[in-house]
Design a protein around this ligand. Structure first.
Ligand code: SAM
Length: 291
């Protein structure tokens, strides 16, 4: 069959032939528009030398396009019912390897070592299951995988939060968490009509370029992320109020005020106005001294 999987007619045919019923609980919304997929692959920078990792291939809509443009594709799919379908739709591609695993429980680093050439640029490309977008992305980032970039279709609202700049409605601890590891950019908004079935939310494609080193140096990363979270705790409260609540019993307001003065940050500001660099200074000055 030389018609692309990502078309309404072919997708319906495949679903009918296998009697496949969507599992909402697995975030199964398949893409039925080849142009969107080609655009995603271009934004991802996939070329014939690239290794691609896909999360959730479904019936192979994106996988097929990746197989045509990348050297090799490894796809993680949790739903066993899709394996025979993928065998069928991807039968003419010898450069695809499907792994029947929950991505959240997979040792992706080991898979990269086993499946790709040493030093080969690896790019993650996916139309993610929306119920676990943030856990998947945070796992990929915190595992510090040897990948160059991550390009994913996700809920528009989450994409906006991940790529947000200070002083915007979407800016929050998720923006800092993602931008600590990557340069984040929303590259495309995607209408609901390109999915089967159509999801309830709007979608965007988010492109994350991995940083080789964090944009700021902090003494203690865990403490830094805790301070960021505390600062955004109650968005309408000031920096001082959020910090005082978080450090209750350890640091009083007078002490916090002194430390803020030392790094030239006004205690009446709100968390959403602080840059990553300011958060780094803030965390370092609040870090308990080890003596
Ligand atoms: N890539 C296909 C497409 O664009 O048409 C399907 C995308 S669909 C939004 C998400 C896919 O992720 C589904 O095939 C679903 O079964 C799979 N999935 C859900 N949870 C998963 C998990 N924890 N690990 C791996 N795959 C998962």
């Amino acid at each position: 069959n030389n018609k692309a999987v990502a078309t309404p007619t072919r997708t319906k045919e495949i679903l009918a032939a296998y009697g496949f019923s969507f599992k909402k609980s697995l975030g199964q919304n398949f893409i039925i528009d080849v142009n969107i997929l080609k655009n995603i692959i271009e934004q991802a920078g996939i070329n014939e030398a690239a290794a691609a990792i896909e999360i959730g291939p479904g019936i192979g809509a994106l996988t097929e396009q990746l197989a045509q443009h990348a050297e090799k594709v490894v796809a993680f799919e949790i739903d066993q019912r899709l394996l025979p379908i993928l065998d069928d739709t991807l039968t003419s591609y010898s450069n695809v390897h499907v792994i029947n695993q929950d991505i959240l429980k997979s040792d992706v680093k080991q898979v990269i070592e086993e499946q790709f050439r040493p030093g080969q640029p690896v790019r993650v490309v996916a139309n993610l299951p929306y119920y676990i977008t943030t856990p998947i992305l945070m796992k990929l980032l915190m595992d510090r995988l040897p990948v160059d970039s991550i390009t994913v279709m996700i809920q528009k609202e989450v994409a906006d939060r991940m790529a947000a700049e200070p002083n915007t409605k979407s800016y929050g601890s998720l923006s800092i968490a993602v931008q600590y590891y990557t340069r984040a950019k929303v590259v495309m908004n995607v209408p609901k009509t390109v999915f089967m079935p159509q999801p309830n939310v709007d979608s965007s494609v988010l492109h994350l370029e991995m940083r080789s080193a964090p944009p700021v140096n902090v003494k203690d990363e865990t403490f830094f992320f805790n301070v960021v979270k505390a600062t955004f705790g109650q968005r309408r409260k000031t920096l001082m109020n959020n910090l005082a609540r978080h450090f209750k019993g350890n640091l009083d307001k007078a002490e916090i005020g002194e430390r803020l003065a030392e790094i030239d940050i006004d205690p009446n500001r709100r968390g959403e106005s602080l840059s990553m660099e300011e958060f780094a200074r803030l965390a370092d000055i609040l870090l308990p001294h080890k003596d």
